[in-house]
Design a protein around this ligand. Structure first.
Ligand SMILES: [Zn+2]
Length: 360
């Protein structure tokens, strides 16, 4: 049997959450992934999920996906993910450090940590899995009989998310972008749920937060989208980018996660600095600025700059036509620069930057 339903202890509770008719043993029987831990057992356990995969150099082995479960009696359950994309590092390092430090006596309830969720991508230093080329964060809810990434997404959707009262998924800009550290919540279905999502973002304390507007294209869900579909509160964060390690982003990964766990009662005794107020901004399709020609992008702004509609964002130089005048890219909306493309070489359709405006 699962732990007692601790959802009422959360003030992020919302009315859409499904009844806990969840049978963990039944769910574990639906996945080909082997779980070496007992999620229902109190104590600190660590091990590797076994994602069986027949590869070129290992025809009969498994992909080991690290998992740590720290559980102590009644209380909420938090799921913490890093490495959903394999080349985004602040969450991976922050969560490994948290997993090493947390003791059973610190916890009321349960914390399940997967610092390198898409382990094959983390080991390869890539966004997508090298096993099947799939982007895990566009693969939910997944399939138990699909490709390795589909099987992993299915495990998260069917075994882990239903255990959770709260999910935190830590990202960064990967190879393509740098971000001002920010947190993202999904569109709520009612004001009560919206208040819960906003509360978690306030606790996390990123400099900037926004509500993700619109559903992902292509039909499959992100992890956050899957959590919302199941009525589970999920916070996503972008902590840096460029395949680098941002000290500010790493500190936010540690302090933000710890603060949220403290406020929901899982780490009632921890000492964590108070959050600075997050700035709520709007980021919709109109806030994305794309390259409509290919070339070398010369940005004329920096991350965090305040910009105006019509202002020059940068130039795209035609390296195959040295005498041609570069293309001028101008902002379509006013606001602040939240993200910037990193590689100077851009293709038609690449996102050059995002500009967000204050809400209200
Ligand atoms: Zn990511």
């Amino acid at each position: 049997m699962g732990k007692p339903d601790a959802r009422t202890r959360l003030n992020v509770v919302n009315d859409h959450q499904p009844a806990r008719d969840f049978n963990l043993a039944e769910r574990l029987a639906q996945t080909p992934i082997l779980t070496p831990l007992d999620y229902d057992r109190d104590g600190k356990q660590d091990g590797f999920l076994r994602l069986y995969y027949s590869g070129e150099t290992n025809g009969y082995g498994y992909v080991p996906i690290p998992v740590i479960c720290i559980s102590n009696g009644e209380g909420p359950t938090a799921l913490l993910f890093g490495g959903n994309h394999g080349n985004e590092y602040e969450g991976i390092v922050g969560l490994m450090s948290l997993a090493r430090e947390l003791e059973v006596s610190d916890v009321r309830g349960r914390v399940i940590i997967m610092p390198s969720l898409n382990y094959p991508a983390v080991m390869a230093g890539t966004r997508a899995s090298p096993l099947d080329g799939a982007n895990l964060n566009r693969s939910f809810p997944g399939s138990p009989s699909g490709s390795p990434t589909q099987v992993l997404a299915h495990y998260v959707s069917t075994v882990l998310v239903p255990l959770a009262d709260l999910v935190i998924d830590l990202h960064a800009g990967g190879r393509s972008a740098h971000f001002v550290p920010c947190s993202i919540v999904q569109e709520a279905r009612d004001p009560h749920e919206a208040a819960g999502l906003a509360q978690v973002a306030e606790w996390f304390g990123a400099p900037v937060s926004f509500v993700s507007v619109g559903k992902g294209r292509g039909g499959s869900l992100t992890l956050a989208g899957e959590c919302m579909r199941q009525g589970v509160i999920c916070l996503t964060a972008e902590l840096g980018g460029g395949e680098t390690m941002s000290p500010q982003g790493l500190a936010l990964a540690r302090d933000g996660v710890t603060r949220v766990l403290n406020r929901i009662g899982i780490l009632p005794f921890c000492d964590v600095p108070a959050a600075t107020a997050t700035r709520w901004v709007r980021k919709g399709p109109e806030n994305r600025l794309h390259a409509h020609v290919a070339g070398i992008f010369e940005p004329r702004v920096s991350l965090g700059d305040t910009v105006a509609a019509g202002q020059l964002a940068g130039l795209i130089h035609f390296h195959d036509l040295p005498m041609a005048q570069p293309d001028e890219v101008r902002f379509e909306v006013s606001g602040a620069v939240l993200s910037l493309h990193i590689p100077a070489l851009v293709g038609r359709g690449d996102e050059l930057c995002t500009v967000v405006s204050d809400v209200g």
